[in-house]
Design a protein around this ligand. Structure first.
Ligand code: NG6
Ligand code: CA
Length: 526
C-alpha cells in the first residue's frame, strides 16, 4: 500500500465515524535501535560538525528525520518502562532510575509492546541495556540460576542483556535469563546497600583508587570491574565480567545473529546500545576518532553499531521491508560521574543542539531526541518532520501497523502515530506529558513546567537562574526545577529562556488542570 492509500483509508474511516482501525501497511520486520544518552545535536544528520555519523545519516537520507520527537522521560528507566508498556512511568511509582538489583518493574500480567508483537506473529528479541529490573528484586534475585521473571515473561523470545547500566553492578551479560560465562565454583552476589566497602577480597573504588584505568568523579566508587569503579557492589562471577571496550562489538554481533537466525520470519529487534552512557570506554579502534575525547568517540562507536545492523539487513535482502527506528532514551549529559573530560573537550559541539537542558532536565534538551525512521517501501526518503511524536507511541503505532487491536487497559498513554511516521506532512500528537524531575506538559507550542512538587527540596537550578540556558554546557545540571511555574512558547522561544507564566496565568491554570485530569483518568489514549 502506498502512502496515499494509507491516508485515504484513514480518511474513509473518519468519515464513516467508526472506531475500526484503518488498514495500514505492515512491515515485515521492525528494528528499534535505542541509544543511551545521545542528544538531539549529537548526530551529524542533526547538525553536529565535530563528529560524523554516516550510518545514522544514511537513515536520514533514506528515510525520515524528526525534529520534535521525545523520549517520555529525561532519564532511562522511565523511558524504557513507557516504551514497553505504553503507560507513562509516573503512573507507576518505583520506575525511577533502577538499581542493579531491582526486580522486574513490569508486571508480567500486563500486555507489553513485545507481547503484542509476538501475538502479531513476530519473533521478538531484546539486545543490550535493560535497566527494567530482573528477577524478584533486592536481595532475592539469584544471579546463579535462571533469572525469573525477566524479558521472556513480558514477551521477548530472546534476550541478551546488560542487566542495568554499564556503570552499575552486576557487570555481566545475561542471555536468555542466565549469566553468560558464570562458573559453578565462583557464584555471584550483588548488593546495593551502599555505604560500606565492597565484598571482602573484591577491589573497591575508594580503597583501590590508584588501580583504576578510568577515575571516577562522583558516585562511581563502589565495586571495581575492568579497572573502572561502578555503582553497587558485586562479588564472584569473575570470568563472567564484561570488558567495556568489547561491549559495542558484542552487542552488535548478538543483534546481527538474531537477525540472521530469524531472517525468514517476521522479527522485532529491540537493540538498546550501551553507548554513549558512562563509563565511556570505546574500543581502541574508535579512540581518537573525534577531538572530543571518550564522549565523541562513543558517538562514533554508536554509529558503528547502527551500521552493523543496516549491513546485515542489506546482506540478507531485508532492507526494503524492514522498519528501522533509531532514537535515544533521554537527552545528553557531559559529566555523568567519571573523569572522561566530556565538558573540557566539548569544543563548540552542542550535544542538545540549540535546546536548553539535558538528561535529568524538564527542558527540551532532556527529552527532545534524534528520531530516524526508515522503511524504503513506505517512508519517503529524505523527509523531515516537525510533528510531535514520542517513543511511548511505539506500542499503539506498531499495533496499528500489524493489525493488533488494543485492549481497553493496554498502552493507556500510547497513540497510534503511524500516519505521522509514514508521512512528514501528517500530524503527530497535540499534547504530551514528559517527566523528570517532575512532570511537565506540552500542548502544541506551549510547554508548562509546574512549580516543584516538594517546595522544601533543594533546587537543581534556582528560579532566579531561569535566564542561564547554557548551564549544562558549562558542566552544571540544568534540571528546570523551580519554586514557581514556567511557561514557554516554543514557537518563538525554543531555548526556553523567556518564562511567560506571569503573563498567562489562565493558560498556566488550564494546563495544570490538564495534568491533573490525565493523572486522575489513568489514561490519555482516547
Ligand atoms: C545516576 C548516576 C549516573 C547515571 C544515571 C542513570 C550517580 C552520581 N549518577 O544516578 O551516572 O548512571 O544515574 O543514567 O550515581 S540513565 O541513563 O540510565 O538514566
Ligand atoms: Ca539514558
Amino acid at each position: 500500500m502506498t502512502m496515499k492509500t494509507v491516508l485515504l483509508s484513514g480518511l474513509a474511516v473518519m468519515c464513516a465515524g467508526t472506531v475500526v482501525a484503518a488498514e495500514l501497511p505492515r512491515p515485515k520486520n521492525i528494528v528499534m535501535i535505542l541509544a543511551d544518552d545521545v542528544g538531539w545535536g549529537d548526530l551529524s544528520c542533526y547538525g553536529a560538525k565535530a563528529v560524523s555519523t554516516p550510518h545514522c545519516d544514511r537513515l536520514a537520507k533514506e528515510g525520515g528525520r524528526f525534529t520534535d520527537a521525545h523520549s517520555p522521560a529525561s532519564t532511562c528507566t522511565p523511558t524504557r518502562y513507557a516504551i514497553m508498556t505504553g503507560q507513562y512511568a509516573w503512573r507507576k511509582p518505583g520506575t525511577g532510575i533502577a538499581t542493579g538489583d531491582a526486580g522486574l518493574l513490569i508486571d508480567p500480567s500486563r500486555a507489553t509492546l513485545p507481547s503484542m508483537l509476538k501475538k502479531a506473529g513476530y519473533v521478538t528479541g531484546a539486545v543490550g541495556k535493560w535497566h527494567l529490573g530482573l528477577g524478584p528484586g533486592p536481595g532475592k534475585t539469584d544471579w546463579n540460576t535462571e533469572i525469573v521473571p525477566g524479558p521472556r515473561e513480558i514477551g521477548f523470545d530472546y534476550s541478551f542483556l546488560i542487566p542495568a547500566t554499564g556503570d552499575r553492578t552486576p557487570c555481566v551479560y545475561v542471555e536468555n535469563q542466565r549469566v553468560v560465562g558464570l562458573e559453578a565454583d565462583d557464584p555471584m552476589e550483588v548488593s546495593f546497600k551502599l555505604g560500606q566497602d565492597n565484598y571482602p577480597g573484591e577491589l573497591d573504588g575508594r580503597k583501590n583508587r590508584d588501580q583504576l584505568k578510568l577515575d571516577w568523579d562522583y558516585g562511581h566508587h563502589f565495586a571495581v570491574v575492568n579497572g573502572i569503579g561502578r555503582i553497587g557492589y558485586m562479588k564472584g562471577g569473575t570470568k563472567a565480567r564484561w570488558v567495556d571496550e568489547d561491549m559495542a562489538d558484542t552487542l552488535a554481533a548478538k543483534s546481527v545473529a538474531f537477525i540472521e537466525r530469524n531472517k525468514d520470519k517476521p522479527f522485532f529487534l529491540y537493540f538498546a546500545t550501551h553507548d554513549i552512557h558512562v563509563p565511556r570506554v570505546p574500543h581502541p579502534r574508535f579512540v581518537g576518532k573525534t577531538d572530543m575525547g571518550a564522549r565523541g568517540d562513543a558517538i562514533v562507536q554508536f554509529d558503528f553499531q547502527v551500521g552493523e545492523v543496516l549491513d546485515a539487513l542489506d546482506r540478507l535482502g531485508l532492507t526494503d521491508d524492514t522498519l528501522v527506528i533509531v532514537t535515544s532514551d533521554n537527552g545528553p549529559v557531559l559529566n555523568d560521574g567519571y573523569k572522561d573530560f566530556a565538558v573540557q573537550k566539548r569544543g563548540d559541539h552542542r550535544p542538545a543542539g540549540d535546546f536548553r537542558g539535558q538528561k535529568y532536565s524538564a527542558y527540551e534538551g532532556g527529552t527532545r531526541v534524534p528520531y530516524l525512521v526508515r522503511w524504503p517501501k513506505q517512508v519517503k526518503a529524505g523527509g523531515v518532520s516537525d510533528s510531535l511524536v514520542c517513543l511511548i507511541d511505539s506500542y499503539a503505532t506498531f499495533a496499528a501497523m500489524t493489525g493488533q487491536a488494543l485492549g481497553q487497559d493496554d498502552a493507556p498513554d500510547s497513540f497510534d502515530l503511524a500516519a505521522a511516521l509514514l508521512d512528514p506532512a501528517a500530524k503527530g500528537r497535540d499534547t504530551l506529558i514528559l517527566q523528570d524531575p517532575d512532570i511537565s506538559l506540552r500542548q502544541g507550542q506551549w510547554k508548562l513546567i509546574p512549580a516543584k512538587k516538594n517546595q522544601d527540596a533543594p533546587l537543581g537550578v534556582a528560579d532566579g537562574v531561569v535566564g542561564n540556558p547554557d548551564l549544562f554546557l558549562k558542566g552544571g545540571v540544568d534540571t528546570g526545577a523551580a519554586r514557581t511555574p514556567q511557561l514557554y512558547d516554543l514557537s518563538g522561544d525554543l531555548r526556553e529562556a523567556n518564562n511567560l507564566a506571569g503573563q498567562h496565568p489562565e493558560r498556566v491554570a488550564e494546563m495544570l488542570t490538564a495534568l491533573q485530569d490525565a493523572r486522575a483518568k489513568g489514561r490519555t489514549r482516547p
